[in-house]
Design a protein around this ligand. Structure first.
Ligand code: ADP
Length: 801
């Protein structure tokens, strides 16, 4: 059974051959020109296009081989049937209407048909027609999906399309369905008989039916339409989401004649996507809650601990007897120990939550290295291990990066080095590492001559909770988190970390950091006023002696070395005789427990020799020996090790009488009260208030205090301040809101520098402060060096800084 169809498009232009042309077909009566007829008959039969001859009543009176093949129906079943009978019932009226228009106006192309035989459907196009003789008309039929000459392909194609799971349909340019495969029947619920001839708009949701979708209009105009998703309505009123791709079908001249649509049901996929999106949103929300919780804990845990540490630091700067000093020291180191554990756990959970933030700010790596070494040496307590530090001169003065994080990694490595060494030195070195073809990097090394690490575990110790030797952990303590966190931090800062070690031969832990935008000019030598000063270094140990010499020489001093007590006296006396006595002898007193040189003897010999009275003395002592030496030795100054270049120079400047290095930062020489200006500290925690006030007073500031943001806003309105130090987390009104409020009240002429202070270490902290209108961001606990830097930037006018 064949159904062929035609939907005639009456709007097409008149383009057929002129009516009344002499073309004939195999009609019963032949023309006189029998020979010509033979040609025409042969031509008709062998034409590649299918040709159908219809009479005025639309009855099929003849058709050629191509048409018979295309329609897959024996000729006898076609002859005498009316054109509309080739069409499915839904299209018949349109065929009749189209025919009438054709008779009225003539007709060129744009007729489509679906047909089926043995269950398959396809789409053919009826193009061109002419009135071939009085009462007869010629239609050309062609397969619009595949070439008419490749019947097997066309058949396969139509079967494939029909069987396709996707809904395949063809629609006329005026919006009527011409073809409808089984996939379409399944997806939309309409059978082919129900769908064909109906407006395709019935598939649209009711509210969209008034106007054809923009994609359809594009396809009708012949424009390319990218695959899109849309909602369609099935026969039983269900909404389905479909991915649609539209292709325009054009005639030989390229004019659009119909549009084929392939629609795929993506409702399930969409639902799965929506479920996934909801799950993702939920996960993000949960993770935000988690980081909020961590942030809260962060603040709650660190605030009181900062208080304990800060207050014990202040207490250490007061008059204390020896025992009190020891108690306070124990108090502070316990606080710092607890802080280290809290920080390790907080860091670890921040890394776990993917919350690791790295700040970018200028910092002074020399100060950092010295401070880290001091902290580590102090923490080592009675250990005989000495910590030495050297920053190569070519390392830039100010680096860009996350000072806190660098400090944390270096403290961990240096702390481990001391912990896993019994005696000897731990040497911290910073240098610029240049490698061919790569950007130069900062390389920080911590070298110890301790127990060393077996090569088989050298990689594993950078993983969480791993310790090289389980039995060691009992002996040395530790969480096994330190190196894992260090690795995460260094990686986050764009560097690398590693170790070179052999059991029994000590270890060198190193890490690199990109120098990035740091100003690569090395710092100008400090304390030029010390240049030419003649200094003797008395030190039995070559490593530390040479290091001291390097430090002093880089400050342009004239340095000589002595290894023993006797050498020292000999060299100093000779210098006096030459008329160029030493201004200073620096005596490195190694831990008394292992020392071969006794500084007390030497200084005693110097004091009793009138020739050496002009030579000042400085003893460098291990932290544990400080109190004993202070009581027993007659010296101009006693400096607790470790000493780096910066501290060494300022101590020398002090003892020589050229003033101290950095007055503002010097707790023992407070600047004149109020001389530096007037600042406001907005801080709710009384302990933090005390620490911040004291640090600022030591720097010569007059300090007013606000207990919350609201008070800060009011006080700022009452009088001008040189700066406001604003805690971010406060009751009543937090630092962010207070800053916004303050900025609202200011104009271009009045801008008070506001420095954010926060104990939180979450990503985006500093951006949040800046967004609220603050100028600088400072982490807690406040470090004197960091505070000095901020004061210089924020408060001192450029010419004074
Ligand atoms: P912990 O808190 O246990 O010290 P780390 O992650 O810092 O954790 O170190 C992991 C392990 O690596 C240590 O337990 C120790 O076995 C080994 N280790 C680290 N540094 C050194 C070192 N300088 N010398 C010898 N072993 C070390």
């Amino acid at each position: 059974m064949v159904i062929a169809v035609a939907a005639l498009q009456s709007s097409t232009a008149l383009q057929g051959p002129p009516a009344g042309s002499t073309t004939t077909s195999s009609l019963p009566e032949r023309t006189d020109d029998a020979r010509r007829s033979e040609y025409l008959i042969a031509g008709f039969e062998s034409c590649r296009d299918g040709l159908i001859v219809l009479d005025d009543e639309r009855r099929c009176v003849d058709l050629n081989r191509a048409a018979r093949e295309l329609l897959h129906t024996p000729e006898v079943q076609l002859l005498g049937r009316k054109l509309e009978e080739f069409a499915p019932p839904g299209l018949r009226t349109r065929v009749v209407e189209g025919w009438a228009a054709f008779l009225r106006e003539g007709f060129s192309s744009g007729v489509f048909a679906t047909f089926s035989d043995d269950g398959s459907r396809g789409v053919v196009e009826f193009t061109g027609s002419a009135r071939v003789a009085a009462g007869y008309h010629l239609l050309a039929v062609r397969d619009i999906i595949t070439s008419p000459t490749r019947q097997p392909t066309r058949r396969t194609m139509s079967v494939l399309l029909d069987r396709s799971d996707d809904a395949v349909s063809v629609c006329s340019l005026d919006g009527f369905l011409l073809s409808w495969n089984r996939g379409a029947e399944r997806l939309f619920g309409y059978t082919a008989e129900e769908a064909i001839g109906k407006p395709v708009a019935m598939l649209l949701p009711p509210e969209e039916r008034a106007r054809p979708p923009i994609e359809w209009e594009q396809a009708w105009r012949g424009e390319e339409v990218p695959t899109y998703e849309a909602t369609r309505v099935t026969k039983d009123g269900r909404s389905v989401v479909v991915a649609v791709s539209l292709s325009t079908i054009a005639d030989q001249s390229g004019r659009p004649t119909a549009v084929a649509a392939i629609a795929r049901d993506v409702t399930e996929q969409k639902r799965a996507q929506a479920t996934l999106a909801a799950a993702h949103a939920k996960a993000v929300e949960t993770s935000q809650l988690k980081s909020q919780f961590v942030a809260n804990m962060n603040h709650e845990l660190r605030t009181p601990l900062n208080g304990v540490i800060g207050i014990s630091r202040l207490l250490e700067d007061t008059e204390l007897d020896h025992q009190q000093r020891e108690y306070v020291h124990a108090l502070r180191s316990s606080g710092e120990g607890l802080m280290a554990v809290v920080e390790a756990i907080l860091d670890f959970s921040a890394i776990e939550a993917g919350n690791l933030a790295v700040a970018e700010a200028p910092y002074d790596v020399r100060t950092l290295v010295e401070e880290v070494c001091s902290v580590v040496a102090l923490a080592a307590g009675g250990s005989t291990v000495e910590v030495l530090a050297y920053v190569e001169p070519e390392v830039p003065a100010i680096l860009q990066g996350d000072e806190q994080r660098v400090r944390q990694v270096l403290t961990n490595l240096a702390g481990n080095a001391v912990k896993f060494s019994r005696e000897g030195d731990v040497f911290v070195n910073a240098a610029v590492l240049e490698r061919a073809g790569l950007e130069p990097v900062l390389r920080l090394e911590v070298i110890d001559n301790g127990i060393g690490i077996d090569p088989s575990v050298q990689e594993a110790i950078f993983e969480s909770f791993v310790q090289a030797d389980g039995s060691m952990s009992r002996r040395f303590g530790g969480s096994g988190l330190g190196l894992a966190i260090a690795k995460e931090l260094v990686t986050a800062m764009g560097g690398e970390i590693g170790v070179d070690s052999a059991p029994g031969e000590g270890s060198t832990f190193w890490f690199t950091l990109p120098l990035g935008d740091s100003d690569v000019t090395p710092p100008a030598p400090l304390h030029m006023e010390l240049g030419d000063l003649r200094v003797l270094v008395v030190d039995t140990k070559a490593t530390s002696r040479q290091l001291l010499v390097r430090h002093l020489e880089s400050a342009m001093m004239r340095v000589e070395e002595a290894e023993t007590h006797a050498d020292a006296l000999r060299v100093m006396r000779a210098a006096v005789q030459d008329g160029d006595p030493f201004a200073l002898a620096i005596i490195d007193q190694h831990p008394l427990a292992v020392a071969t040189l006794d500084a007390a003897d030497l200084t005693h010999a110097m004091v009793t020799d009138p020739a050496l009275r002009t030579t000042r003395t400085m003893i460098l002592a291990a932290p544990a020996d400080g109190p004993i030496l202070a009581a027993a030795v007659d010296t101009d100054t006693l400096v607790i090790k470790p000493v780096g270049g910066i501290r060494l120079r300022s101590e020398i400047a002090r003892v020589i009488g050229n003033g101290s290095g950095n007055q503002a930062a010097d707790a023992h020489n407070p600047a004149l009260p109020g001389s530096a200006g007037r600042v406001l500290v907005a801080e709710d925690n009384p302990v933090n208030q005390l620490v911040t006030i004291r640090l600022l007073e030591l720097r010569g500031f007059q300090v007013d205090v606000a207990n919350n943001g609201l008070e800060a806003v009011e006080m700022h309105a009452e009088r001008p301040y040189d700066a406001i130090f604003m805690d971010c987390q406060m009751p009543e009104m937090d630092g962010y809101d207070a800053t916004r409020e303050i900025r609202r009240g200011e104009d271009a002429l009045r801008h008070t520098p506001i420095i954010a202070m926060t104990a939180s270490t979450l990503p985006g902290d500093s951006q949040r402060s800046i967004a609220a209108g603050m100028d600088y961001h400072m982490g807690k606990p406040i470090r004197p060096a960091g505070l000095d830097y901020i004061i210089n930037q924020a408060i001192r006018p450029p010419e004074e800084s």
